[in-house]
Design a protein around this ligand. Sequence first.
Ligand SMILES: N[C@@H](CCC(=O)N[C@@H](CS)C(=O)NCC(=O)O)C(=O)O
Length: 198
Amino acid sequence: MIKLYGPRGGSSLRAHWTLHELGVDYENIPLELSKGEHKQPEYLAINPAGQVPAIDVDGFFLAESIAIAQYLAEKYNPSLLGTQEQKAKGLQWALWIMLSVQVGGLSDMSRPKWTGIPDEAGVAAGRAQVEKNLPILETYLGANEYLAGNAFTVSDIDGVCTFAYARWAEFGLTNYPNISAWIERCEDRPAYKAAKGE
Ligand SMILES: N[C@@H](CCC(=O)N[C@@H](CS)C(=O)NCC(=O)O)C(=O)O
């Protein structure tokens, strides 16, 4: 049985949600990050970067949530990736959201919430990056129901999970109605609720 290392939140939620969409049973090992369990030698043998999520599929180890979601869909039900063009377009947006909205953006804005270490400059720089980039996604989602176009794909899982950081940062999305409606559409799916344990 697949082992998934990582809790039902943050980047790990991408893997939980994908497995629920696919209807694949798995064993979850959440790991206590606060106890440093993700930095122990046994886990570093699975993911040398010492981050969650990672999966173990019969001895095949894989990390990086977008790669995990892509691999699982490809293995268990490629229709979750859409057509070749939908897969490519969805991946374009999933990577862009991760690299332009999450990293250096929402993640920097929310970091003080979980570290307890104030970082006014980091939060301000993160906000500036997010406010510069979100209108690009807002415009795209005004013309497209999902990241890949008109079909829900694994890329929507990747993209939507980034916005958990907006909640942690208490960054409201009321100025972005198309993004808000897309998140709501995706989070309304039974697999999302199941992945969250709701
Ligand atoms: N790019 C990675 C990011 C993974 C990541 O940042 N994981 C966090 C939890 S959400 C983590 O393991 N943090 C602990 C650490 O970096 O030491 C992915 O998408 O899988």
